[in-house]
Design a protein around this ligand. Structure first.
Ligand code: MN
Length: 202
């Protein structure tokens, strides 16, 4: 799938005369692949986990958000691919538009594909197709190895699980969502972003 094809749904869902979200025009491959977790106060508060694969951000909605506790597995529901420059988007999507609500860059950083380091190396795209990703992330909040597995549960729509692998970064009994609620790039709370960006026009 080419990058243009993978972003077709992203473009179809949005009116760029009404939202300040990036239209993807500035996307380009980087030397070190990136991930982002966006806290999204839409109809329900959730966390969007996005990781770079083949020039776009593969995306999941994680209702309960990521955890640093290896015992905690989080449901991750696939959503449409997003352009790479979406990773830095923090602002307010107008009410009534797709995903209307406040978006915070809760965490951002780079990652390493752990499946590329094994006996039979797999690219991120190959791992995605197989439904099993292993990566080591270097965020400002999330660090260390994480796994994502596609499950058959939930009927026709595929669901994934996201969890922390055991390593020196794992932290049981600590809720990083509560301890570090604000933006990784601007330090702002959802309320501050909502007030400061709320009346912006594209
Ligand atoms: Mn969302």
């Amino acid at each position: 799938m080419t990058q243009d094809d993978s972003l077709k749904n992203y473009h179809a869902k949005r009116d760029f005369t009404k939202t300040t979200e990036p239209d993807g025009g500035d996307s380009g491959a980087r030397e070190t692949p990136i991930f982002v977790v966006q806290k999204h106060d839409a109809s329900h508060l959730h966390y969007d986990f996005r990781i770079e694969i083949d020039g776009a951000l593969k995306s999941w909605a994680v209702p309960k958000g990521p955890s640093m506790d290896p015992k905690v597995k989080r449901l991750a529901i696939p959503t449409e691919d997003h352009p790479l420059d979406y990773a830095s988007f923090e602002g307010v999507i107008p009410k009534g538009e797709y995903g209307g609500g406040t978006v915070m860059v809760w965490d951002i950083g780079t990652f390493r594909n752990l499946k590329a380091e094994g006996e039979e190396p797999l690219s991120m795209a190959e791992s995605y197709t197989k439904g099993h990703l292993d990566f080591h992330i270097e965020g400002k909040k999330l660090r260390g190895a994480f796994t994502m597995i596609r499950t058959k549960r939930g009927g026709a729509k595929p669901q994934w699980l996201l969890w922390k692998k055991k390593d020196g970064f794992a932290a049981s009994g600590r809720d990083i969502l509560v301890d570090e609620p604000n933006s990784a790039t601007t330090g702002r709370s959802l309320e501050q972003i909502s007030v400061e960006e709320g009346d912006q026009q594209p």
